[in-house]
Write a protein of this length. Structure first.
Length: 207
């Protein structure tokens, strides 16, 4: 399905990065962020290219080889490098404690996969590394402005709070915001936005 969706010259979510991601990267908390970034379900690469343009060493993972080819093309156009990995997040195992940030922007998967992906995102982070996540919530269903229509595919705040219970949850907010991203995200969207800093001492109880 995703290969077909991406099989057009246009970038279906646009070439510009996600607004929440940009806001967070410009925030005081994250202004010093540098190093290795893992973008999960990164599709056509708009967020990865933005981060690579800001001197991050970016790896993007996606199921769609067509999406990743477009990501590489966008990287070339912007004169940056990306590492791309074509993989199914249902089985993909990231390098543990290897990344300064993990980015999940509209990385919608079924609930069983999502739990695994969140746990793997945590594992992949170095102590002190950041998760930056935005995805549609169940309140998005029926709006007709983007996202899957299946409650099982949506993001739930409690799931993030559970997986990252030992970490520093800096933002974990459900809201409706105007989203204009290419031809597939086209108006007010009900989203979950999260920023989490992994505990400095992995395994300890800290918040
Ligand atoms: C809504 S798009 C978001 C793309 C990108 N993050 C962005 O914001 O532009 C969802 C992406 O998830 C990918 N995806 C869906 N299921 C996946 C899975 N099981 N494993 C890896 N990628 C998956 C799709 O190929 C698609 O690129």
């Amino acid at each position: 399905m995703w290969d077909e969706r991406f099989a057009q010259d246009d970038y279906v979510y646009g070439e510009e990065p996600n607004k929440f991601l940009v806001e967070q990267l410009c925030s005081q908390e994250l202004s010093d962020l540098s190093g290795a970034v893992l973008c999960l379900a990164e599709g056509e690469g708009r967020n990865a290219v933005y981060m690579a343009s800001h001197n991050h060493d970016v790896t993007c993972v996606d199921l769609s080889s067509v999406g990743l080819e477009k990501a590489k093309k966008l990287a070339l156009k912007n004169q940056v490098n990306l590492t791309t990995i074509q993989a199914d997040l249902a089985t993909y195992e990231p390098l543990p404690s290897a990344y300064d940030a993990v980015v999940m922007i509209f990385a919608h998967t079924p609930s069983a996969v999502r739990e695994r992906v969140l746990k793997n995102a945590r594992l992949a982070l170095k102590p002190g590394g950041y998760l930056i996540l935005e995805g549609y919530t169940v309140d998005q269903i029926g709006r007709g402005t983007g996202g899957p229509g299946d409650p099982d595919m949506m993001f739930y705040r409690e799931e993030v709070e559970t997986v990252f219970a030992r970490d520093h949850i800096l933002v974990c907010e459900e809201k409706v915001r105007d989203i204009q991203e290419g031809s597939l995200h086209t108006g007010p969207g009900a989203v979950l936005q999260c920023v989490v800093r992994k505990g400095e001492f992995d395994g300890s109880i800290r918040r």
